[in-house]
Design a protein around this ligand. Sequence first.
Ligand code: CA
Length: 235
Amino acid sequence: MAHVLLVEDDPGIRSALNRALLQRGHAVTIATSGLDGLQRLITEEPELMILDLGLPDMPGERLLDMIRATSDVPVVIATARDDEGLIVRLLDAGADDYVVKPYEPAQLEARIRAVLRRRQGTTAAKSEPPLRVGGLRIDTARHVVELDGTVVELTRLEFDVLVHLAQHAGQVVSRKDLLHHVWQRTDSARTVDVHLSWLRRKLGDDVDAPRFIHVRRGVGVFLEDWGVDRDRDSS
Ligand code: CA
């Protein structure tokens, strides 16, 4: 159960979602435009935001930038466009997850639960010292990854995937396992592959001669075990 801010201009979708969220025990605040959404975000401090991308007063992408300039609230994007490029940009811009319209309320509910759980996990990790794997330094407290001393910009999902692999460095992790631990759901392994390929690109990893992420065909992936160590020099 959470206090959810629902930003949606379509009255039909809005009332159906409002009903579904209330039935599942959430408290719902409604906004019908981008500006309205921003205002309610500031005054009502919701625990999570569901953001429609097609709003009448401003593009959802721009609104997300404005949200991230002022708030760390978890944001689940609802998009009508099944556009991989757009989804990548939004995750890079700070969205936590997304659903593609038309979607079932149960699907949205699963995303809400997963996002909130991931956030709790992140909060719990705040006291953990950084992980070191090879040239990678993963600071779970500050949510920062450095590769050979240079900061790598990762989305939340990419970060969570990398942390999970680093915590199991040298062990093969299946896609099912990643879905369960990072996404907390069980949809297609394709989702995992897409995020792994983005992560690989950002780490400058060559799929044919990987430095970090190795594939065991038909089984899963693993992060090269360079001797994982919790960083004790707390810099
Ligand atoms: Ca809309």
